[in-house]
Unconditional design. Structure first.
Length: 78
């Protein structure tokens, strides 16, 4: 609460780790989740994989009124 006490966490760490988190989730979505979707025979399992391994995109979908497992880059789960 004192002036001049902003630290490295506020200015450097938060945006850096936030960007790294976002890139990691996108990489997981493009590689691991897409590969698992091809192997899993059950649609419910595919929905869970999409939702649980990419939590920020799932929550963003909820906020915009879409299903958590919706992806703009891929079709629906069958």
């Amino acid at each position: 609460m004192r002036p001049g006490t902003k630290g490295a966490v506020d200015l450097v760490i938060t945006p850096t780790l936030g960007a790294a988190w976002m890139v990691t989730e996108d990489l997981l979505d493009a590689t691991v989740i897409a590969r698992l979707e091809k192997r899993l025979p059950y649609p419910a399992a595919k929905l869970m994989v999409r939702s649980l391994l990419n939590p920020t995109r799932s929550f963003a979908n909820l906020l915009r009124g879409a299903y958590p497992w919706h992806r703009d880059t891929r079709g629906g789960v069958r």
